[in-house]
Design a protein. Structure first.
Length: 60
């Protein structure tokens, strides 16, 4: 399972490097884009990787 995830991550990194030249250039691009959108009023929320199940209220 982890090997498959690692393989997908490495392939994604290769695609990003092919598009932007290196990963640092991509990160700079994304940071500038995010800062620009935040100035326009778009808010960002860091979401957890695994969805958190809401606790059900007990019926009393």
């Amino acid at each position: 399972m982890y090997d498959e995830i690692l393989k997908e991550c490495l392939e994604a990194k290769k695609r990003l490097v092919a598009l932007f030249g290196d990963l640092e250039t991509y990160m700079e691009f994304m940071t500038k884009q995010q800062e620009k959108q935040m100035k326009q009023g778009i808010k960002y929320v860091d979401l957890p990787v695994v969805p958190i199940k809401k606790q059900e209220k007990p019926n009393t």
